[in-house]
Write a protein that binds this ligand. Structure first.
Ligand SMILES: Cc1ncc(COP(=O)(O)O)c(C=O)c1O
Length: 427
């Protein structure tokens, strides 16, 4: 059973706001460990769980998940360096993403990473070329875009997308694959979409991933070693609540794992970012102003879309659900006022919530947004309006473990980039 999310710890957070300033992301590492244990417990025996650093590349988050026994899924040189510094060995890293440059593939190989997910023929042949040049053999998963979409708000496969290749395109390339001496084909990668809402949605998309693996292994008749089934394991975002109970996945996943034929000897991999770190993070902020405008009440915070949900400007992020805290604990929602909660940026898009009911707020009050441990700070518009990125603090049982601030700003460059045609090597 999923343990309920622990409520944010008000007293230590108020003290940290005094010491470290506001706004402040606070991460509870015990939550991360709890979520990792829960997720691992429903996966078939012998499966690997990859932590997707895109959800939260905070160094201490990666360290905790490395210690919990995860591998790492990275999609940029920055995520790779966090993963390696956190203790993941290069052999534990899967390098994925639809636009890997030759330079970053070379960089990853130079750091000892040889596991890549190939998202197209161009991508695969780029990895092959770089591997041969480095006298290495990369171990590659073919990312497949299955034919059916998942039941997800943000479908990344099963629809026309930049992710992976339609199965028929990989199928048709048996000879082309055989000619690539810089790679060994490790298996198949499917990632259907994030935030799959319920157990039926998760099961249907994981089932589809099993089938895609079987189909491609049969069509290519190759001895695959890995079937990466993706994930999409959900957790509420920026609103109170506890994530979906996952126990109902255990039995069908174990059964499907046992029923495999062509991929029977494949290790099963799953990926997760949101489920592992979403519940651990709370964004704490301070009320800077309270005012009325043409009959409506506005609460101005010292945080906004540069710290959380930068994509709200694109209509993606739902209304943020907030709590209010004063010395003595969370303010009970007894008397409520309808307010618009906005940030300090000079754009009307900097709005967390419209017409929400909150306890009456005063300047200096502390407010918090729960469930922002994934796709929070680094998924925001941190550069917009040149305000500093938020401070991020991690604790275990209210004992401080780490404090970080994202780097931000313009680095002067020694000279303008070289002009001229791309060399053959950099294509
Ligand atoms: C290939 C891949 N793996 C894993 C993830 C992590 O998804 P989530 O954070 O929903 O678990 C994503 C998210 O976009 C992804 O694209």
């Amino acid at each position: 059973m999923s343990a309920p999310m622990r409520p944010p710890r008000v007293a230590p957070a108020l003290a940290w706001l005094e010491t470290h300033g506001s706004p402040l992301y606070v991460y509870d590492l015990g939550e991360v460990e709890q979520r990792a244990r829960e997720l691992m417990s429903v996966l078939p025996a012998g499966s690997r769980l990859l932590f997707s650093l895109k959800a939260n590349p905070l160094p201490v988050m990666a360290e905790v998940l490395c210690r919990m026994g995860c591998d790492a899924e990275v999609s940029s040189p920055g995520e790779l360096s966090v993963a390696l510094a956190a203790g993941f060995s290069p052999e534990q890293v899967l390098y994925s993403g639809p636009g890997k440059s030759a330079e970053e593939v070379r960089g990853a190989l130079g750091l000892g990473v040889t596991r890549f997910s190939a998202e197209s023929w161009t991508d695969l042949e780029r990895v092959d070329r770089a591997s041969r040049a480095a006298r290495l053999r990369s171990r590659v998963l073919l990312r497949v875009n299955p034919d059916t979409p998942p039941l997800a708000r943000l479908a990344m496969s099963g629809v026309s997308s930049q992710f992976g290749l339609d199965e028929v395109e990989w199928r048709a390339g048996r000879e082309r694959l055989a000619a690539l001496s810089g790679i060994e084909l490790l298996g198949v990668h499917v990632y259907q979409g994030t935030q799959l809402a319920d157990v039926p949605a998760l099961l249907s998309s994981l089932r589809m991933a099993f089938e895609a693996g079987e189909a491609l292994a049969s069509a290519l008749d190759l001895p695959f070693q890995v079937l990466d089934l993706g994930g999409g394991f959900p957790w509420p975002f920026a609103t109170p609540g506890t994530g979906l109970e996952l126990a109902a996945l255990r039995e069908p996943l174990a059964r499907w794992a046992a029923e495999r034929r062509k991929t029977a000897s494949c290790e099963l991999w799953f990926e997760s970012g949101r489920r592992l770190c979403g519940s651990s993070g709370t964004l704490w902020a301070t009320v800077l102003d309270v005012k009325r405008s043409k009959g409506k009440q506005y609460v101005v915070l010292d945080t906004g879309i540069h710290h959380l949900g930068g994509m709200s400007g694109l209509g993606r992020v739902p209304l943020v659900g907030m709590g209010v805290a004063r010395a003595g604990g969370e303010v009970a929602p007894e008397v409520l006022e309808e307010v618009n909660v906005v940030g300090p940026l000079c754009t009307p898009l900097d709005c967390f919530a419209r017409n929400v009911k909150l306890p009456p707020l005063r300047v200096g009050d502390r407010v918090f947004v729960p469930n922002v441990g994934a796709y929070g700070a680094t998924a925001s518009l941190t550069g917009f309006l040149s305000r500093p990125p938020p401070l991020e603090l991690a604790h275990r049982e209210a004992e401080l473990v780490a404090v970080h601030r994202l780097r931000w700003g313009h680095e002067p460059q020694a000279r303008p980039p070289l002009e001229g045609a791309l060399s053959e090597e950099s294509r």
